[in-house]
Design a protein around this ligand. Structure first.
Ligand code: ATP
Ligand code: AMO
Length: 435
């Protein structure tokens, strides 16, 4: 007979029928006569199987088994009130004593992440993440953007030198890519609007709940677009991903205790708050910044926005907010200066509601070669290292723009995860490259 899955069997039409299901012993309760196994199938679904204890005697948590039996309904059965009255038990492997128990420290769960993937929380997280990736891709495909990939071993910094991972590349130095942006910029001249989903690497030296050393970066670039065109793409993309994901993963989000009523409101347009206005709002609330030497002072025009200030700006919001027009001094060399407002960049960050912080960054790119080279020098970068990139400004430069979205940041917001490490199967942080 065909092997069934828990979600198929938990259906009134199967009551009284014989089914076969296989998977792993997720939970186990042995009584004198009967043993109650919560079986987890290979899609993460669970169903209770009841077996005579003499048959189930050798079973342990995470043993792999196949059970054949009759489906019945019993209100006492966990996870939906269906169970299988087992007649036959086939054992594939009796698991050794399982290192993960019911209550475990976060640290142990990270050390044993290869096993922790079997917990219901990680299964739910992985499914939400899969939907975010799927609908992210699908939005671009349906809207006529072309998928590309860029190299992840590169010669130059995009997002500043301090977070570069250096590596030995045959007989020269190279780096792990921080962003595909510069390569996507090269592609728009012949391929039009392009997008990529590739890992980006940042040697983030701080431990925060928002930073990974390796993250999944959804990036896009298009010719002949304005900042406003880019913001429209971002708000449509994010709304589409969220609405489809909360529909497809309603069960998983409920398991994660995520109240999705706020997420349901995420539809374009998102509010655009000029950077100067954001600073005024923060000043009116007496917001302070801490200098490098530890002294505090009132926030002022020209300061970058910290996570605390981002939280303050979005604490009552249900929808994300764009902060538009940061000073170019706090943004990388490629950000185009607003010709009407010197010193201000045609750039915006999307801040997720309720303090989840920045999830995208993007805008128009500087198209003048002179401005780019002088800004590179100010940033301490060597223009010689960017010769190929500067060629893009020499040969047929056009107004263009794009953005980058951190998949894990978006998943963290959608799932209300405390820590970004929860949103990725094998997280890479300053203190963790294993498993
Ligand atoms: P659920 O949501 O069904 O409680 P979970 O996947 O969140 O399951 P936990 O209950 O947090 O899992 O337990 C973590 C791990 O402990 C599971 O992978 C499971 O294999 C194991 N476990 C569950 N029950 C027992 C038990 N009675 N004795 C030993 N280990 C158990
Ligand atoms: P930025 O550096 O802001 O911009 O990165 C874009 C987005 O990537 C995500 N992100 C991260 N996620 C997890 N861990 C990290 N360490 C991390 N760093 C960044 C965030 C962020 O908004 N090339 C530009 C974007 C552009 O203008 O196109 C860039 O990379 O969600």
């Amino acid at each position: 007979a065909a092997i069934m899955r828990a979600s198929e069997v938990k259906n009134a039409s199967f009551i009284g029928k014989e089914v076969t299901i296989r998977g792993w012993v997720h939970r186990l309760r042995k009584q004198k006569e009967n043993s109650f196994i919560l079986l987890r199938d290979d899609r993460g679904g669970v169903i209770q199987c009841v077996l005579p204890t003499d048959k189930a005697a050798g079973l342990t948590i995470e043993s792999s088994v196949q059970v054949t039996g009759i489906v019945s309904q019993d209100p006492r059965a966990p996870e939906g009130g269906f169970e299988i009255k087992g007649k036959e038990l086939k054992i594939f492997n009796i698991a050794a004593e399982y290192p993960i128990g019911e209550y475990q420290s976060d640290e142990l769960l990270l050390d044993k992440r290869h096993l922790a993937l079997r917990t219901r929380k990680m299964i739910a997280m992985a499914k939400v993440r899969a939907s975010v990736l799927h609908y992210g891709r699908r939005w671009f495909v349906e809207n006529g953007w072309m998928e590309v990939t860029a190299p992840t071993i590169v010669k130059g910094a995009v997002e500043g030198g301090s977070t570069l991972f250096k590596l030995r590349y045959f007989d020269q130095d190279a780096y792990l890519s921080q962003s595909a942006q510069l390569y996507l910029e090269a592609m728009i001249f012949s391929l039009g609007p392009v997008w990529s989903l590739t890992p980006s690497f940042r040697a983030e030296k701080s431990r925060t709940v928002r930073h990974l050393a390796e993250f999944s970066h959804l990036e896009a670039e298009a010719p002949w677009v304005t900042l406003e065109d880019i913001l429209k793409v971002e708000e449509q993309l994010v709304s589409y991903v969220i609405q489809n994901t909360i529909k497809e993963r309603a069960e998983e989000l409920e398991f994660l205790k995520r109240d999705v009523s706020g997420l349901k409101k995420v539809e374009p347009p998102f509010e655009r708050v000029p950077y100067g206005r954001a600073i005024e709002i923060l000043r009116s609330k007496g917001f302070q910044v801490t200098e490098d030497d530890g002294t505090k002072r009132e926030i002022q025009f020209g300061d970058d926005l910290s996570i605390d200030s981002e939280r303050e700006l979005t604490k009552d919001a249900d929808k994300p907010v764009f902060v538009v027009g940061y000073p170019i001094a706090v943004k990388p060399f490629y950000v185009k200066e607003d010709p009407e407002h010197p010193g201000i960049g045609l750039t915006a960050d999307m801040l997720a509601p309720r303090g989840f912080g920045e999830i995208t960054s993007g805008g128009q790119r500087e198209d003048s070669i002179d401005s780019i080279t002088s800004r590179m020098v100010k940033e301490g970068l060597k223009p010689e290292a960017y010769e190929w990139y500067l060629d893009l400004r020499r040969y047929g430069s056009v107004p263009h723009g794009g953005f980058g979205l951190g998949i894990e940041r978006l998943v963290r917001w959608i799932t209300n995860a405390e820590d970004i490490k929860d949103t990725v199967l094998f997280p890479r942080t300053m203190s963790r490259v294993e498993p």
